[in-house]
Write a protein that binds this ligand. Sequence first.
Ligand code: SF4
Ligand code: SF4
Length: 244
Amino acid sequence: MPKAFFIDTSLCTACRGCQLACKEWHELPANHTLQRGSHQNPPDLNPNNYKIVRFSEHKDDKGVVSWNFFQDQCRHCVVPPCKEVADMYVEGAILKDDATGAVLYTEKTAQLSAEDAEVVREACPYNIPRRNEETGVLTKCTMCFGRISEGMLPACVKVCPTGTMNFGEREAMLDLANKRLAEVKKTYPNAMLADPDFTSAIYLLTDVPENYYTYAVASASPMDRKRFLAGLAKPLRRVFANLG
Ligand code: SF4
Ligand code: SF4
C-alpha cells in the first residue's frame, strides 16, 4: 500500500529536530554556515540537507505579524516529473517504488551530464533536487526507504515532538489531513491542503501558500505545468535532432 507524509504546519514550533534527524540518519556532513539574520539555516536545500525548515514572516493588513514554518522536502509525487525526464537520459537513474510510493534517486544519477541533471532539476515543480557537484549525484529525501522497509517511521517523523510530522498509509494520511483541515479552518479560514491528489507529502497550511514559500504548491511555483511540458519537450527535441 502506498505511504504518505501528512505535515500539519499548524503544530510546528520550528525546533528543526526533523531537519537534524534527517541529516543524522543519512550521515550527511555539516555545512559551513553564516549568521544571515534568519533562523533558517542553512538557507536552502543542498546535497548535505535533504530537508530544511523554512521560516517566513508576514504582516497582515492590521499589522499583525505571523511566522510561518514550512518543512521542505521531496513530495514523492504520485507521478514524478523528475523521473519522467530522467528516464529519457539514463534509464533507472530515478526509481519509483510502487509498494511505498517512494521516489528514489540512485547512484546512476551521476551518469547525467551537468546540463541534463539541470533539466531533471527543473522538471521538479517543488524545486527539490540538488546536485552534488563533486560526485555528480542528484540528492533529495529518500523517505528513509531503509527504515520504512523495516516497518519503522522516517527519522523526521520519529523525532517530531509536536505531531506535525506524520507518516502512514496514504488513505489514512488523507483522512487525517481532511479531519485536521476541518478543525483548523475554524481558526484559520485560509487553511488548505497543498496538492493532496498529486503528492505523497501532504501539507496542511494555515495561510495562503505564498506566505510560506514560492514552491509550497506546484500551481504557485514558477515551474508550472507549461514549463514542465517544455522541459519534457527539450530532451525529445535533442533525440529527434540526433535522429535527423
Ligand atoms: S517533489 Fe520533485 S524531486 Fe520529489 S518526486 Fe516530485 S518532482 Fe521528483
Ligand atoms: S521536528 Fe516537528 S516541530 Fe520540530 S521543526 Fe520539525 S516539524 Fe516542526
